[in-house]
Write a protein that binds this ligand. Structure first.
Ligand SMILES: Nc1nc2c(ncn2[C@@H]2O[C@H](COP(=O)(O)OP(=O)(O)OP(=O)(O)O)[C@@H](O)[C@H]2O)c(=O)[nH]1
Ligand SMILES: [Mg+2]
Length: 404
């Protein structure tokens, strides 16, 4: 508790001084009269002296505070020692300031402009964040700093790395007839239209005759128009369509075609991937399909990559072997599809590019997917060196040929 001692000519003057200096919380504990001035008792006068406490410490000045801290940390520090410590602190501060000013500027610590541009281009094409991170990481590792300045080169190599992530479906060579293909997927993605396109493609019309026998089966017999839609295609193409509604009728229909036709294409009812009950019911019917059946999942190209991942997961019980990317004509970027399928480890079999049956379908190729990348230059030579076998499929696409 701090104490004070103050003097004044009178009792009230002394009190005023105390209040002014120590505030109203000051408490007088002792008051006495003291004699002041004069010589040998001549000319001396009396004053009031008060001693008390004031409950708080007035803030010490900075030097005093430092001294108190240092003293509390050990022994009392003589002024000279304190000044030496302060001097050293000042010199350290100066050195630190110099180091900071010598350090690379914030701008230089950021990503190289080419990498920033690449990130932006990948983002525009809707690649997933994980995929973008992977490609940037590879660019940082594989490009020396000087080479990064050439953005065109960086971008062309990035296209190659994107291409390496695309897996294509290898169609099985089934000797025992028929090949059974079942399309599943969310509502409205184009399953029925794709079944009709596939029927025409596999049937291979030649001289007005189908070279291969194809049959279509639909599970879509509940919805008004559902059955009608595929029957209409069947009628136009003269390809028989049968309707099934349960496990038993599907088993019977498939048994009827065993070893007699080349292809059986099964259209299913679009299901919300979140409706486990409906998906389960449809799976129970489709369990009538033999093990060799190729289930393929249709996904619309405009679906967000996070939603694609979710759809891939929800349809997993069907053990689909490949993904058909539909409505590629309706979207500008394919990064969402490429990255989600790469992350899900699923190959692509076909892409569909319009509403017209039968022409708007093609076997998926690396080139056809890459050509849908927005703002990227697809270099024929770089791709050819890496994917030689696919070079032919690049011919009909307007790719940049840098020449040898
Ligand atoms: N632009 C475009 N439209 C397509 C494509 N494929 C199908 N469509 C259209 O998408 C709509 C739905 O096609 P459907 O074949 O009925 O789709 P679905 O998956 O069978 O639908 P549900 O049976 O209701 O689940 C139709 O208008 C088709 O013409 C395509 O590749 N591009
Ligand atoms: Mg349909």
């Amino acid at each position: 508790m701090p104490y004070f001692t103050e003097q004044g000519k009178t009792h009230s003057e002394c009190l005023e001084k105390i209040r002014a200096r120590y505030g109203s919380g000051a408490k007088v504990l002792l008051e006495r009269t003291v004699r002041k001035g004069g010589f040998l008792g001549i000319g001396a006068y009396e004053e009031v002296e008060m001693t008390g406490t004031y409950g708080y410490a007035p803030a010490p000045d900075l030097e005093t505070a430092k001294r108190q801290v240092l003293a509390a940390a050990g022994k009392a520090v003589p002024d000279a020692a304190l000044q030496t410590v302060l001097k050293e602190i000042r010199s350290l501060n100066e050195k630190l300031d110099t180091k900071i000013s010598e350090a690379p500027r914030v701008q230089e610590l950021r990503e190289h402009p080419s990498l920033q541009k690449l990130e932006e281009d990948l983002r525009i094409n809707d690649f997933s964040p994980a995929c973008i991170r992977g490609i940037l990481e590879r660019a940082r590792k594989e490009f020396p700093l000087d080479d990064l300045d050439n953005y065109e080169d960086v971008q062309k190599r990035a296209v190659l790395w994107i291409a390496e992530q695309i897996a294509l479906y290898q169609e099985p060579d089934i000797r025992k007839k028929p090949r059974i293909i079942v399309l599943v997927g969310p509502t409205g993605v184009g399953k029925t239209t794709t079944i009709a396109k596939l029927a025409a493609m596999y049937g291979e019309l030649s001289g007005g005759q189908w070279r291969h026998s194809v049959r279509m089966i639909t599970l879509d017999n509940y919805r008004i128009g559902g059955k009608h839609q595929i029957e209409k295609y069947g009628e136009i193409m003269e390809i028989p369509v049968s309707t099934v509604e349960n496990y038993e009728s599907l088993r019977k229909a498939l048994a009827l075609y065993r070893e007699k036709v080349d292809f059986v294409l099964v259209d299913t009812i679009g299901k919300s991937p979140r409706n486990y009950g409906e998906l389960g019911e449809m799976k129970a019917i489709l369990d009538a399909c033999p093990a060799k059946t190729e289930f393929q999942l249709c996904i619309a190209a405009s679906t967000k990559s996070s939603d694609i991942k979710e759809i891939l997961r929800q349809f997993e019980p069907f053990k689909y072997r490949a993904v058909i990317v539909t409505k590629l004509d309706e979207t500008t970027g394919v990064g969402n599809v490429i990255s989600a399928l790469a992350e899900g480890g699923k190959p692509i079999s076909f892409i569909t590019t319009g509403q017209t049956v039968p022409p708007d379908i093609e076997r998926a190729s690396i080139a056809s997917l890459l050509c849908n990348l927005e703002g990227f230059t697809v270099d024929r030579q770089i791709l050819g060196n890496r994917f030689g076998a696919y070079l032919d499929s690049l011919d009909h696409l307007k790719l940049k040929d840098t020449g040898a």
